[in-house]
Design a protein around this ligand. Structure first.
Ligand SMILES: *Cc1c(COP(=O)(O)O)cnc(C)c1O
Length: 400
C-alpha cells in the first residue's frame, strides 16, 4: 500500500520546487534575441538582481550552474598561481577550493569541520601572518548546503578588517539567495555568487556573479578570464547576444523574470521571514524527536549558525535512508541525502539526511513534510520523542 499518488513534494536542497507561474512563463517558442520584448525583459532584470543581493555594484549572468558560478568568480579574481584562502564548513566550501585549485590557483583551506561555524580569530590570525599580502581573496559559503552551517558574514568582515588585510571577500550564496537575509554592500562583500535553481525557483541553468566597483578595478583582467568567463563584457555589452558569448538562455530568462516578480510581490524581507519561521518549525520538530532518542539530532547545535533554507540532521544509520525511502514511496515526499558527512560506500552514509526548505515553500508544505516524517518514524519503529508536529505547528502559529 502506498499513499504517494497526488502532487509530489521534492524537499531536497536544490533544485527546489518550481512554481507553476514560472513553468508557464517558460512555456513558449523562441523569441527574437536581436530585438523586441526580450531585450526589455533582460534590461529589467539587472536592477532586480542587484536589489536581491543588496548591492549597487555590478552583476554578470552566465549560462551555467553553481559550479560555473564558482569558476566565473575564480577566473575574474585570480591569475594562475595567485593565492586564495578558502573557509570550509562542509562539502561545498571544499568543492569551491577544489575548483580553484584545478584552475591553477594556489589554495589554502581553513577547515572548520562539518558542524562548526568559522572561527573569526583563526581567520584573523592567518591573515595577519600573511604579511606580504599574497592572499588575494577569502572565499566562503554563506550557507554550506551539505552541513547547513551559516557563516556570520559581518563578523568575518570584521576579522578581515581587524587584520588590516586587503584581500577581497567572496561569498557563495547559492543556497541562501532569496531565502536568508543577505546584504552584500552593507556587509562589505566584494564578490558574491549564486545560481537560479534554489531560492530563485527556476530550473538549473543560470549562474550569477555580483561584484563591487573595487573588485572590478582590482580584477577582471586576470589570465584566467577567458572570453566566456570574463565579467567585463557582460556588464557593458554592446549587443544583447554578447551577454552570453552566443545565444541567450531565452526560456530561463522568462522563468527568472516571473520568479523575481513573485519575490517582489511578496517582498524580499517577508520572503526571508517566511524561510526563518518555516526553518524554526523544522528545528522544533527535530528537537522533539531528538528528546526521545539521542541518535536524532540536527547537525548544527546552535540555531544562530543554521541556514534558513536547508537542515542537515543525523538519525543513526541506516535509519535516514530507511526514512527517506519510506517518505518517497509511501507518501510522495522526497528528502535529501546526507552530503559530505560520510562516503556513500560507508554504512554511516545511511545515518544522515537533509531537508530542503528553499524558495517556493510554505507552511502547509513544511508541516506536511514533517507529519510525513513523523508517520515514517512511526511506521519504521524508529524511536523518537513525542510532540514534534505540535511543536512545529506552534512555531507556525506564532510566526504567521
Ligand atoms: C547547490 C550549491 C552549489 C552547487 O551548485 P550546482 O548548481 O549544483 O553546481 C554550490 N554551493 C552551494 C552553497 C550550493 O548550495
Amino acid at each position: 500500500m502506498s499513499l504517494a499518488a497526488g502532487r509530489p513534494y521534492l524537499a531536497i536542497p536544490g533544485p527546489s520546487v518550481i512554481p507553476d507561474r514560472v513553468l508557464r512563463a517558460m512555456h513558449r517558442g523562441s523569441p527574437n534575441i536581436y530585438g523586441g520584448p526580450l531585450l526589455e525583459l533582460v534590461a529589467g532584470l539587472w536592477p532586480d538582481l542587484r536589489q536581491l543581493a543588496g548591492t549597487l555594484g555590478h552583476v554578470a549572468m552566465y549560462i551555467g550552474n553553481g559550479h560555473a558560478a564558482w569558476e566565473a568568480a575564480n577566473a575574474n579574481i585570480f591569475s594562475r598561481g595567485e593565492k586564495a584562502l578558502v573557509l570550509a564548513m562542509g562539502q561545498f566550501g571544499l568543492s569551491w577550493a577544489g575548483s580553484a585549485r584545478a584552475m591553477g590557483i594556489e589554495v589554502e583551506v581553513l577547515d572548520f569541520g562539518k558542524s562548526s561555524p568559522a572561527d573569526p580569530d583563526r581567520i584573523e590570525a592567518v591573515l595577519r601572518a600573511d604579511a606580504g599580502h599574497r592572499i588575494k581573496a577569502v572565499l566562503t559559503t554563506h550557507v554550506d548546503t551539505a552541513s547547513s552551517i551559516k557563516t556570520d558574514i559581518p563578523v568575518l568582515r570584521q576579522a578581515m578588517d581587524a587584520a588590516g588585510h586587503p584581500a577581497l571577500l567572496a561569498v557563495d550564496c547559492i543556497a541562501s539567495l532569496g531565502c536568508d537575509e543577505f546584504r552584500m554592500d552593507d556587509w562589505g562583500v566584494d564578490v558574491m555568487v549564486a545560481a537560479c535553481q534554489k531560492g530563485l525557483m527556476t530550473p538549473p541553468g543560470l549562474a550569477f556573479v555580483w561584484f563591487s566597483e573595487a573588485a572590478r578595478l582590482r580584477c577582471g583582467r586576470t589570465d584566467l578570464a577567458t572570453p566566456y568567463w570574463a565579467w567585463g563584457p557582460r556588464v557593458e555589452p554592446d549587443e544583447f547576444w554578447q551577454y552570453w558569448d552566443g545565444t541567450a538562455p531565452t526560456s530561463h530568462l522568462y522563468g527568472l523574470r516571473e520568479a523575481i516578480d513573485m519575490i517582489r510581490e511578496e517582498g524580499l524581507s517577508r520572503v526571508w521571514q517566511r524561510h526563518r519561521v518555516l526553518a524554526g518549525a523544522i528545528w522544533a520538530a527535530f528537537d522533539a524527536w531528538g528528546a526521545g532518542n539521542p541518535a536524532i539530532a540536527m547537525n548544527v547545535a546552535d540555531p544562530a549558525h543554521r541556514g534558513w533554507s536547508v537542515t542537515a540532521a543525523r538519525l543513526g544509520s541506516p535509519h535516514a535512508t530507511r526514512l527517506r525511502d519510506w517518505c518517497e514511496t509511501k507518501a510522495g515526499v522526497t528528502l535529501g541525502i546526507g552530503l559530505g558527512m560520510a562516503q556513500s560506500t560507508d554504512p554511516a552514509f545511511h545515518g544522515f539526511l537533509r531537508l530542503g526548505h528553499m524558495g517556493h515553500v510554505n507552511a502547509h508544505m513544511t508541516l506536511g513534510a514533517l507529519a510525513v516524517m513523523e508517520a515514517g518514524l512511526t511506521a519504521l519503529e524508529i524511536p523518537h520523542g513525542p510532540g514534534a508536529i505540535e511543536a512545529a505547528a506552534r512555531v507556525v502559529a506564532g510566526g504567521a
